[in-house]
Design a protein around this ligand. Structure first.
Ligand code: F6R
Length: 264
């Protein structure tokens, strides 16, 4: 696991975008991105948009797969992840909308939606780089505590903690859906690289458990300790519980040339 501690949120986005761009350059313009919603990856999407504008990134043939979707929101609901991904990813990064996929959270066909999504990911050749945030309870995607570490895309019930965290996007807590469809932890682990971003003190406990705690379904993100190419990019506040913070900083400052990121 590679842990990168940055002075602020803007730098988190710049570093995460540089890491994703490095992977995309190795894969080529047909790179398959895994994309997250929520506040955490917004600075990363900004960073990617800047690299595109500077001609340092080519996403002309890229595909994208969202992590998750609420169940039962009306078509076109502004907080449906289909809409959030359109506003924050597809349009700013100029992706071809026909190559951007979001799990189907409509009630019709829900029973087969997970299997269909898994097949679509396989048909695209698998995810090259998965962008992740982390919930205050350690979830990734909407894999809440006690999710199977080898789970695949399926319907889950959101915890009250997550519904409260996400109530800021809705008129009231009652409006936050109770169910979602989410890539599983096994699905996320099948991505070739993962880049998780987290900022702010509210994430410090979850980040500490993810990086330095035991691998346990009680902190679903901790499964990333088993991933061969996982990069965790956090600001100082989110790094607040990391016992080995100095070691991670020294490691990043002394990266061998072939691993260094273009942060110009
Ligand atoms: C989003 C997702 C979630 C969020 C997490 C953090 O698609 O799957 O795991 O990444 O809830 O949300 P923010 O970034 O809003 O704190």
């Amino acid at each position: 696991m590679e842990i990168i501690i940055c002075p602020n949120e803007g730098r988190v986005g710049q570093v995460a975008a540089a890491k994703i761009a490095k992977i995309a350059a190795e894969v080529g313009p047909g790179v398959v991105l895994g994309v997250a919603t929520g506040s955490s990856p917004l600075s990363t999407y900004d960073g990617l948009a800047k690299l595109l504008a500077a001609g340092k990134l080519d996403l002309s043939q890229a595909s994208a797969f969202a992590l998750d979707e609420y169940v039962g929101l009306a078509d076109g609901h502004p907080e449906s992840y289909r809409e959030v991904i359109r506003r924050t990813v597809t349009e700013p990064l100029g992706l071809d909308p026909s190559r951007v996929h979001v799990p189907d959270g409509s009630l019709h066909g829900l029973a087969s939606a997970g299997e269909r999504y898994e097949k679509a990911i396989v048909a695209a050749g698998g995810v090259d780089v998965q962008i992740l945030g982390i919930g205050t309870n350690g979830h990734v995607g909407f894999n809440e505590p006690t999710s199977s570490l080898s789970s695949r895309t399926r319907v889950k019930m959101l915890t009250q903690n997550t519904r409260q965290d996400n109530a800021r996007f809705f008129a009231s807590l009652d409006d936050v859906p109770r169910h979602c469809i989410t890539q599983g932890l096994g699905t996320i682990m099948a991505a070739r690289h993962v880049v998780l971003v987290a900022t702010g003190e509210a994430k410090a406990d979850a980040v500490g458990r993810l990086v330095e705690g035991p691998v346990t379904a009680m902190c679903p993100a901790s499964v990333l300790q088993m991933h061969q190419f996982a990069t965790i990019v956090v600001d100082e506040a989110a790094a607040g519980h990391l016992a080995l913070a100095d070691y991670y900083k020294q490691a990043f400052e002394n990266l061998p040339a072939w691993q260094a990121l273009d942060l110009a």
